[in-house]
Design a protein around this ligand. Structure first.
Ligand code: BTN
Length: 243
């Protein structure tokens, strides 16, 4: 893989997107931009992604999934979260995907994913996969909910380059699988990897708190919950959170 390594940048997602716009030569599929530090790392829904200089993995990977339609793009979230969780499971136990695509160790967040797609008609032209994985950071000052790093879990220091290569390779392998197989090829693995996929748990939607279990995640990415009272309720991202 072609990897551009930066000391510092605003955001590796921004860098890769700007490169796409400005480069005359075709960028190659699978190319990666990684940075030691981001001055304005972005999380989902406009959050910031904080990461201490040189301690963690901050990178973006480029794909051209032109056969995937805009309304099918959630399959890429499943693919990337399974790849990150898969590599982490080689290092630690108790790794889960918290719907839709946060990576958790027990009840703490160890990695976040920000996928940005550019469309061409109704299909995806460019897909920029941004991943922030907490690797060697020893403490977090941020008020982000429950961050944790690999080092905090095991006490070991990790080779970031090695983890980067393993994750990129795994994403690419799953991507090849996706192109060969059906769109639902990750569904079983995704569902079993989900955080709290079994049993009743408390959820909050607006100001209402209720107990429910995960029934399904639709191809659109919507979460289907079966409430304690026996009704089914379907939620889009950010409409519901686990209490
Ligand atoms: C989230 O959980 O909110 C998503 C966090 C995504 C962070 C990564 S770090 C590399 C890439 N560049 C960014 O600005 N964001 C993503």
């Amino acid at each position: 893989f072609n990897i551009i390594r930066l000391r510092e940048t605003v955001s590796t997602n921004n860098y890769l997107r700007e490169l796409l716009v400005s480069s005359r030569e075709q960028l190659s599929e699978g190319m990666v931009v990684s940075a030691d530090y981001q001055t304005k790392g972005r999380g989902q829904v406009g959050n910031v992604w904080e990461s201490e200089d040189g301690e963690n993995l901050l990178f973006s990977m480029l794909l051209f999934p032109s056969s995937i339609e805009a309304n099918q793009q959630f399959v890429l979230s499943k693919m990337v979260s399974l790849a990150v969780a898969g590599v982490l499971k080689e290092e630690i136990d108790d790794v889960f995907i918290k719907w839709p695509n946060d990576i958790y160790w027990r009840n703490k967040k160890i990695a976040g994913i920000l996928i940005e797609n550019d469309l061409c008609g109704s299909n995806i032209q460019y897909c920029v996969i941004g991943i922030g994985l907490n690797v060697n950071q020893e403490s977090f000052v941020s008020n982000a909910p429950n961050p944790v790093s690999l080092r905090q879990i095991t006490g070991k220091t990790y080779d970031r380059e090695d983890l980067l290569k393993r994750i990129v390779k795994r994403i690419y392998m799953l991507y090849i699988q996706l192109l060969r197989e059906e769109l639902n090829c990750f569904d079983e693995d995704y569902k079993t990897a989900l955080y709290r996929h079994d049993g009743l748990h408390e959820y909050r939607a607006n100001d209402e708190i209720f107990k429910a279990s995960i029934e399904d995640v639709l191809p659109s990415g919507h979460l289907v919950l079966q409430t304690e009272k026996g009704t089914q309720r379907t939620f889009a991202f950010k409409e519901v959170s686990i209490v």
